[in-house]
Design a protein. Structure first.
Length: 696
């Protein structure tokens, strides 16, 4: 839930947290004492927060805008007082446009040392400027369109301090009476779009800090606050709130991270900053509100810090303009064709991978599949001989080569779950019998897990397996089984010890779908298609050599996932459906709603990217990949509904049974929040496993 992704960035954020534990900056915010505020400011300056991007030739660290955003996020999370964000933002813009020159060198060095302060003024005369004080340098646009850094006391500039809802930072109204804009103060290459994008990017970093603090505070309180004889975090109502807070915090961090690292990328930066502001500002406000809700009465007291963060989040959103405007801006940029390129370069033998992929591309489809399987390219993250034992970096190199050559890997569907479980827990004979045929497409699989009374709650399954000579006799009913009418084999859970606790006494079987006693009855989906089924098992014989793992040990196998999980990258991340909306948004599109979809899509792609970068770097991807599954489902459903609404009245007319049809897609995507565990259950799991809330 933090922007930091490199070791240096993690160390920077940790140094700010360590300082806050010693200095207690929140006390300075509460007291408003000038001496305490100055001491807090000096503490951040000593860490180097204001000189991160200043060139080393001027005494700075020569860091990136991304590094600076990490500092802003961490400083906001500890509620460091003063014009921190404004000074950092102005410093980043100055260094981006003036690095390598001595222009305004004295001022840049003073800002980096914390001896001067700055604010960015984007709306001109009469506007409210966060972080502005009478002693601030103001980065402001002249009537001619050139941006200037005006020193304190510039004639014709009046900075009127105002009391703020947010007491942690200064606020002022700017009055301009024909000030002199001199050539010596100009930053010629800076544009208004660049300045506004930078303001949005670092405001998003602030918002990410607020969202993260709110989440941590709520989750920790939920673990210790006891009501009705148990911690409140054990209640589903609290878990659902906490999981939503987690999603917002992770999305905010990802959006703010990309907005900062894209500084200088022109329209790509403008888009990244717009979606960051659109997503993170609202997330900060909602998380701050939810934190107070979880805290209850104590959160509503003036003595608790929660209201300080709510004030900060609310004021920040107000000062940046309503997020409707940022969503509209994101939609306008996307409709005009702007896309954020998110390619990630990794080291590896690209030439060798490309040559291998091109050789496979020249083969027939059947030859391609066999070669992909036998060479380990079909599932390169599996161990040899079935895969290549490829780490994250090598997987990305291979993916890139195959995509460039136009080679599409065939999907294993349920086989992608069955085969790894057999490899990890089964016998060598089972691996030889089932894994190669699965990779070659000679065996297809279905999954006999869910039952009428045991959907997400698999431990409550009732299908029984009775010991018979040479094996087991299975009797029971399974349901929601996709492709059971086509599959050759099934992975099946059945209860082998009815007297054991419900999570025990379950065994993992491999079932031949042509066995006597199996009755597959198709079920029609809401689209009208027949893809899933109910399956009745009546005295179905399963030999001992089709038991995977230990008898009564099936629960652990059902939850198995390989530690070496496959990584993958996406392109612009918007997806074909959303691209179609952007290409033809209709005669009077709701740009704000469209921009919200662009924002959601960007956050999903960035969560993927950050997980990949962490994996390649040997780090734990953290909560991002789990959050991606939750927000991705919601996003796909929202896009499908938007496509349907674009049809207008024609959406009421029955369409073709075609996956490309908007009506069909709208109906089909309703399964996404049910299949594989409902979104509500997955939120509970996220709250327990990622935030440490107690089980019910």
């Amino acid at each position: 839930m933090a922007l930091a992704i490199t070791d240096v960035q993690h160390a920077l954020a940790e140094s700010i947290r360590d300082w806050a534990e010693r200095a207690h900056p929140v006390d300075a915010v509460r007291s408003g004492d000038a001496g305490a505020l100055e001491k807090a400011w000096r503490g951040l300056a000593d860490i180097g927060v204001f000189g991160i991007t200043l060139g080393e030739d001027l005494g700075g660290f020569g860091g990136t805008a991304e590094d600076a955003a990490v500092a802003v996020e961490a400083a906001t999370a500890v509620l460091a007082p003063g014009p921190v964000t404004g000074t950092v933002t102005v410093g980043v813009l100055l260094e981006h446009h003036l690095r390598g020159t001595d222009r305004l060198g004295d001022v840049r060095a003073a800002l980096a040392a914390g001896e001067a302060r700055a604010a960015l003024v984007v709306d001109g005369d009469g506007s409210l400027a966060p972080d502005a004080t009478p002693d601030s340098h103001l980065l402001i646009e002249s009537p001619g369109g050139t941006w200037h850094l005006l020193p304190p006391g510039t004639a014709g500039v009046t900075v009127e301090p105002l009391p703020g809802l947010d007491t942690s930072r200064p606020l002022a109204r700017i009055h301009l009476e024909d000030p002199a804009f001199e050539e010596a103060t100009a930053i010629p290459a800076l544009t208004g779009d660049d300045a506004r994008a930078a303001l949005a990017a670092f405001a998003a970093a602030e918002a990410a800090g607020i969202a993260a603090w709110s989440l941590r505070t709520a989750a920790e309180y939920a673990k210790v606050r006891v009501q009705f004889g148990k911690p409140i975090g054990a209640f589903q109502a609290i878990k659902q709130i906490a999981a939503d807070m987690l999603c917002r915090a992770e999305q905010s961090a990802a959006l703010a991270w990309d907005a900062a690292r894209s500084v200088g990328a022109g329209t790509e930066h403008h888009l990244a900053a717009a979606v960051a502001a659109a997503g993170a500002l609202d997330a900060a406000v909602q998380n701050a509100k939810d934190a107070i809700q979880v805290l209850g009465g104590i959160g509503f007291t003036f003595e608790h810090d929660a209201h300080l963060y709510l004030r900060r989040a609310t004021a920040l959103r107000s000062l940046l303009g309503d997020t409707t405007g940022w969503r509209t801006r994101a939609a306008e940029l996307a409709i005009s064709g702007v896309r954020r390129g998110l390619d990630y370069e990794v080291e590896g033998d690209h030439a060798r991978a490309a040559a291998e992929a091109e050789r496979i591309a020249a083969m027939t489809a059947d030859e391609q599949r066999r070669t992909l399987a036998e060479s380990g390219l079909l599932v390169p993250h599996w161990d040899p001989p079935y895969g290549r034992g490829a780490g994250p970096a090598e997987q990305l190199v291979l993916d890139e080569a195959l995509e460039a050559a136009g080679v599409e890997r065939p999907t294993l569907v349920i086989g992608a779950w069955a085969a790894p479980t057999i490899l990890e827990h089964g016998t060598s004979e089972q691996a030889e019998r089932f894994v190669w045929p699965t990779l070659l497409g000679e065996i297809t699989w279905c999954q006999l897990f869910s039952e009428p009374e045991a959907g997400s709650d698999l431990a409550s399954l009732r299908t029984r397996a009775t010991r018979v000579e040479g094996g087991w006799s299975l009797t029971g009913q399974k349901v929601w089984t996709s492709l059971a009418h086509e599959a050759d084999w099934a992975i099946c859970l059945a209860r082998t010890d009815p007297d054991a606790p419900k999570h025990k006494g379950i065994t993992y079987f491999l079932v031949d779908m042509l066995s006597d006693g199996i009755d597959v009855r198709p079920l029609r989906e809401i689209t009208g298609d027949v893809r899933f089924n109910e399956v009745f098992l009546e005295d179905v014989f399963v030999p001992d050599d089709c038991v995977v793992g230990a008898v009564n040990g099936g629960w652990r196998l059902a939850r198995t996932t390989l530690a070496n999980e496959r990584v993958a990258m996406s392109g612009s991340g918007l997806g074909a459906r959303l691209e179609s909306l952007l290409a033809d948004p209709g005669p009077a599109p709701d740009l704000a709603a469209l921009g919200e979809l662009v924002t959601e899509a960007a956050s999903c792609t960035l969560l993927d990217l950050r997980a990949v970068i962490a994996s390649v770097g040997g780090q734990d991807p953290g909560a991002g990949s789990s959050v991606r599954k939750l927000v991705g489902v919601q996003h796909r459903q929202a896009v499908a509904e938007a496509c349907l609404r674009r049809l207008g009245p024609d959406g009421a007319v029955a369409g073709p049974e075609d996956p490309a049809d908007a009506r069909y897609e709208f109906l089909l995507t309703r399964c996404l929040s049910i299949a594989g565990g409902t979104s509500q259950i997955l939120r509970n799991v996220a709250a327990e496993q990622l935030l440490g809330l107690p089980r019910s």
